[in-house]
Write a protein that binds this ligand. Structure first.
Ligand code: AP5
Ligand code: MG
Ligand code: ZN
Length: 213
C-alpha cells in the first residue's frame, strides 16, 4: 500500500507516521529525515540539500525524485511505503506516479493533515526532536521530563535549524505556493482524505485509522 501524508510544515506528519507505518507494516519514508541523516554524516547529498533547507526552500525536484526512486526500490518497500513530505510539487507527484506505474503500482490514498497557519507557527517554534530516536517534543506543550534529554532513549533533544522564525515563514509560503496544488491533484483523482490535524495527537491518530480502514 502506498500512502502519502500531505500537509504543511508542523501539521504532525512525523508525529503520526510511526503509528501508521506500524499498522500498515510499511516503512516510513520521510525525505526531510533522509536529508537530515545525510547531513549528519556530511554526505554530498546532505550538504547539497542543506543549501535549500536552511532557506526554507524546496530541494530541486530531480534530486528528490532520484532519492525516492532509490528508496522505493529497497526490499522493505516491496509491499509499499508511507511517504511523509513527498511529493511536494506537481512535478514530484507526476514522477511518483511514473515510478509506481513502472512497478504496476499506484498511490492508494493521500491523507491531508489540515492545520491553520497560526497553529503551525506555535508548533514549529517550540518543536524539539531527539537526535537518537527521532522522538518529537514541544518546549511548552510536551517537553521531555528532563530538559534536553529524551524520555525514550536518553538521547540529546535539540531544535531543528529550520525551525527559526524567519525560516518557518518561508516554509509556510513555499507550502502554499508549491505544495498546496497537490490537494486538488489528489482530490481530482479521488485519492484525497482530509484529516483534522488540529485535534490532539491521539484523536488525529484515530481519525487516520478510520480513514485507512
Ligand atoms: P520536512 O522534514 O519534511 O519538514 P516539513 O514538511 O516542513 O514538516 P515538518 O517535519 O516540519 O512537520 P511535521 O508535519 O512532520 O510535524 P511534526 O510531527 O514534527 O522537510 C524539511 C525540508 O527538507 C524542507 O523544507 C525542504 O527544504 C526539504 N525537503 C523535504 N522533502 C522535500 C521534497 N519532497 N521536495 C523538496 N524539498 C524537500 O510536528 C510539529 C510539532 O507539532 C511538534 O512539536 C509536535 O510535537 C507538535 N504536534 C504534532 N501534532 C500535534 C497535535 N495534533 N497537536 C499539537 N501539537 C502537535
Ligand atoms: Mg516531519
Ligand atoms: Zn530518543
Amino acid at each position: 500500500m502506498i500512502v502519502i501524508l500531505l500537509g504543511p510544515p508542523g501539521a504532525g506528519k512525523g508525529t503520526q507516521a510511526a503509528a501508521i507505518s506500524k499498522s500498515l507494516n510499511v516503512p516510513h519514508v520521510s525525505t526531510g529525515d533522509i536529508f537530515r541523516a545525510n547531513l549528519e554524516y556530511q554526505t554530498a547529498l546532505g550538504l547539497e540539500a542543506k543549501k535549500y533547507m536552511d532557506q526554507g526552500q524546496l530541494v530541486p525536484d530531480d534530486l528528490v525524485v532520484r532519492l525516492v526512486a532509490d528508496r522505493l526500490a529497497k526490499p522493505d518497500a516491496l509491499e509499499g511505503a508511507l511517504l511523509d513530505g513527498f511529493p511536494r510539487t506537481i512535478v514530484q507527484a507526476q514522477a511518483l506516479s511514473d515510478i509506481l506505474a513502472a512497478k504496476g503500482k499506484k498511490v492508494d490514498v493521500c491523507l491531508l493533515l489540515e492545520v491553520p497557519d497560526e497553529d503551525l507557527i506555535a508548533r514549529l517554534s517550540g518543536r524539539r526532536v531527539c537526535r537518537g530516536c527521532g522522538a518529537g517534543y514541544h518546549a511548552l506543550f510536551s517537553p521531555p521530563k528532563v530538559e534536553n534529554v529524551c524520555d525514550k532513549c536518553g538521547g540529546e533533544v535539540y531544535q531543528r535549524e529550520d525551525d527559526s522564525a524567519q525560516t518557518i515563514k518561508s516554509r509556510l509560503a513555499v507550502y502554499h505556493k508549491q505544495t498546496k496544488p497537490l490537494v486538488e491533484w489528489y482530490q481530482s483523482r479521488g485519492l484525497l482524505k482530509v484529516i483534522n490535524g488540529r485535534s490532539d495527537p491521539k484523536t488525529v491518530e484515530a481519525e487516520i485509522a478510520k480513514a485507512l480502514a
